[in-house]
Design a binder for this molecule. Structure first.
Ligand SMILES: Nc1ncnc2c1ncn2[C@@H]1O[C@H](COP(=O)(O)OP(=O)(O)OP(=O)(O)O)[C@@H](O)[C@H]1O
Ligand SMILES: [Mg+2]
Length: 712
């Protein structure tokens, strides 16, 4: 197979310009990733470069394995051992080889976030600092940013430590690094920083790798941080065959230390760099590209470029205004049902949102119609740690003998109730034939130390209090009380990291879910609420490649879908509120929106709500400024065929099978009310798939089922 086949002129040039520095700066969907894969194949097949002399870097493991697949197809040979990987996995491989030179053992361990946090805790103890004022997660975040810009503890101290607190932070960083090394461990950020250090200190080692990686390729270059940039700069110094592809308009990781200067300054740092622009887009319709071009034109400081395509026409972009977030979810899901009926498969469709907490409304609505979905890059709402924790609290309040739930929360947040304590309590419970919760009340009668007893009793105290509130306050108020009385919320607040912020958002969203439930079911109690949650959270997991995809815009980078829903298009949500008074953040939000728009191949549907309950608050919303900037004169107002809701009077028997359509509400004699989700032609009859509130999905014959059409 000819490797240059299926490439346009500039793409061919990019593939065949193999020597010297090359910057391919091009808009979304213009074939950058495709150029990289063809370039690898070209180097190997035509230039006879050994696969071992190539290093290709992508942003995620998924992207790396996709790139391998594509190269294998082009070459018709296996590339299993090739260095096509993320920055982190490439560095692990290099460090396994050279870590001994830095005083680590070959077998160094890699610490994940939770390991790192417990280590920071222990450093605080060592330094006699109070974790209340030096919150471990916040510290880790600070240390991580320092490592992103290659600041070791000394540099960090010199450059930032100018008051009492920051001096202490520098000491914590120093102690943390000392302990890591002592433990023969590296955290994620060390992987990059230590590799750079290794190369800087050991020239012979560097030379060995420079000779090995004669050709270096980097995808999504706009999102590299300083440390990663230094790494590729130092590696490519000898042969200078470095090809980076990126799109300054898609730089969206500034908050994680990605440095847009890396792309804007490439030509300065690599003199003689050749620059190739790709402008033809092969992904999207012209209508979608117009939207993307209009939007991004509002950013200053960019290397201006405009996308075009031969794919004229295509369906109009849809803008839908919903009354509130539940109507928004309902609209999106009924549109999805319509699209599926028109032949799209559910995995062609993605719902993109700005923050994870937004997924809940869609998850619930999709579950109701039994449409499979996957939440990518994060957990489903009800699988998230903080949500499981709060649900466990509620379960224990409902039924203190629920041991599984009790064990989940007895030391969450940490109250010094460790494994040993729990073991002893369990034993006491078993030998006295009582529940673990009962046993906890008698902690004083066990062999536990005074300190342990105190911890256990204070937990029981809080829980007893909460249990006594159960019947007197609403469910949502109870949830708030749990978060307050247990200190759960306070601890998250003091962490003050993007992660803890998102946990708080999710918890507030959970309060919102409880409020919704109360409003809809004023007579129901905690037990019913929990039963209802069990239903929503218990959906079978899907095979890979099935189901509607849901994810944040951040995780959609590099991907493409025939149908894209962009939901929650409101000022304060997208763009996110903190960007409203900060120009730099606003430009990053706009790039993020550009990423979202350019994921769409055929259809783009944007929705916003007039009012929104999010994070447990009701807000009156203003449509996103990005909608105006996208500036489409003719948004389709009624995107999907208006469903023939009912031509009959409400409640009248639908006698003709023609009367049924997807989305109709019907009333069944036995099963009560339901909604038609599919109509299949069966010759003279039709098969109706209906989701009933009482019994779930049923398939019925239109001719004989005892149905009445309800008012839409
Ligand atoms: N010359 C071409 N002929 C036909 N299809 C092409 C061509 N170049 C790219 N494509 C197709 O266009 C789509 C977008 O390509 P690709 O993902 O490589 O773009 P990209 O520039 O990496 O996009 P992003 O900026 O979103 O990462 C893919 O489906 C790809 O197969
Ligand atoms: Mg790409």
């Amino acid at each position: 197979m000819d490797i240059l086949e299926g490439l346009n002129g500039p793409q061919k040039e990019a593939v065949t310009t193999t020597d010297g520095p090359l910057l391919i700066i091009a808009g979304a969907g213009s074939g950058k990733t495709r150029v990289l894969t063809h370039r690898i194949a070209y180097l190997i097949n035509v230039k006879k470069v050994s696969p071992y002399n190539i290093l290709a870097i992508t942003f995620t493991n998924k992207a790396a394995s996709e790139m391998k697949d594509r190269v294998e197809k082009l070459l018709n040979a296996s590339v299993k051992n090739m260095w096509i990987s993320t920055f982190h996995s490439a560095c692990v491989r290099i460090l396994r080889d050279g870590a001994e030179r830095l005083g680590y053992k070959r077998s160094f361990v890699i610490y994940d976030t939770s390991d790192s946090i417990s280590l920071i805790r222990s450093c605080l103890k060592e330094l006699n600092l109070d974790p209340k004022y030096y919150e471990p997660k916040g510290l880790l975040h600070t240390i991580s940013r320092a490592k992103d810009s290659l600041m070791d503890p000394d540099t960090f101290e010199k450059e930032t430590a100018n008051d009492f607190r920051s001096k202490n932070v520098a000491s914590i960083y120093r102690e943390y690094q000392r302990r890591l090394k002592q433990l023969n461990a590296m955290d994620f950020d060390d992987l990059i920083m230590k590799t750079v250090e290794l190369f800087k200190v050991h020239e012979d080692f560097l030379l060995q790798y420079q000779n090995m990686f004669r050709y270096i390729l980097v995808d999504e270059y706009q999102d590299t941080n300083r440390a990663q940039y230094e790494l590729i700069k130092i590696l490519s110094k000898r042969y200078n065959n470095i090809c980076v592809v990126g799109d300054d308009d898609q730089s969206i990781y500034g908050f994680r230390g990605a440095d847009i200067r890396n792309i804007l300054d490439f030509e300065r740092d690599f003199p003689n760099a050749k620059v190739i622009k790709l402008e033809q887009n092969y992904r999207s319709t012209q209508k979608i590209l117009n939207a993307a071009n209009n939007l991004i034109a509002h950013n200053k400081g960019r290397k201006g470029k405009k996308l075009w395509t031969e794919y004229e026409g295509g369906p109009d972009i849809v803008l839908y205004k919903a009354e509130d977030e539940r109507m928004e979810a309902r609209y999106v899901v009924s549109s999805i049902i319509d699209l599926i009926n028109r032949g799209y498969s559910s995995s062609d469709i993605v719902i993109l949102y700005r923050t994870n907490a937004q997924s809940r409304a869609f998850e619930e609505e999709l579950a109701q119609y039994q449409i499979g979905y996957r939440v990518v890059g994060s957990l489903r709402f009800y699988e998230r740690k903080e949500i499981k924790d709060i649900m466990s609290y509620l379960r224990v309040i409902q039924d203190p003998s629920d041991e599984v739930s009790l064990l989940r929360i007895i030391n969450e947040p940490s109250r010094g109730i460790g494994e040993k304590t729990i073991e002893q309590l369990t034993e006491y419970a078993r030998s006295n034939g009582i529940s673990l919760y009962e046993a906890a009340k008698f902690a004083g009668d066990t062999d536990l130390s005074a300190r342990q007893v105190k911890g256990v009793l204070s937990f029981v105290n809080i829980m007893d209090q909460l249990i006594s509130f159960k019947d007197d306050v609403s469910i949502s108020a109870l949830v708030e009380l749990v978060l307050q009385k247990t200190g759960y919320l306070e601890i998250l607040k003091s962490e003050n990291t993007p992660e803890s912020e998102s946990r708080i958002e999710n918890l507030n969203e959970f309060i919102g879910a409880a409020k919704e439930f109360e409003k809809d079911n004023p007579d129901l109690v905690l037990e019913d609420f929990l039963a209802n949650l069990a239903l929503v959270s218990d959906i079978d997991s899907l095979e890979d490649g099935e189901g509607v995809v849901m994810m944040t815009v951040h995780s959609a980078k590099g991907l493409e879908f025939p149908v894209v829903f962009m939901v929650g298009m409101e000022d304060g949500l997208f763009p996110i509120s903190r960007a409203l008074d900060n120009d730099e953040d606003m430009e990053e939000e706009r790039r993020l929106c550009y990423v979202a728009v350019t994921r769409a191949k055929e259809r783009l549907i944007m929705t916003y709500a007039r009012t929104r309950n999010l994070y447990g608050r009701t807000m009156v919303c203003i449509p996103s400024r990005f909608i105006k900037e996208i500036d489409i004169p003719d948004f389709a107002k009624e995107p999907f065929k208006k469903r023939s809701m009912s031509v009959e009077e409400p409640g009248k028997v639908a006698s003709s099978k023609e009367k049924y359509a997807v989305g109709m509400k019907v009333m069944h004699k036995m099963w009560g009310s339901g909604i038609i989700v599919q109509v299949k032609d069966m010759g003279s009859d039709k098969e109706l798939a209906i989701v009933f509130q009482s019994v779930g999905l049923k398939r019925l014959s239109a001719n004989i089922a005892p149905l009445k059409v309800e008012e839409g």
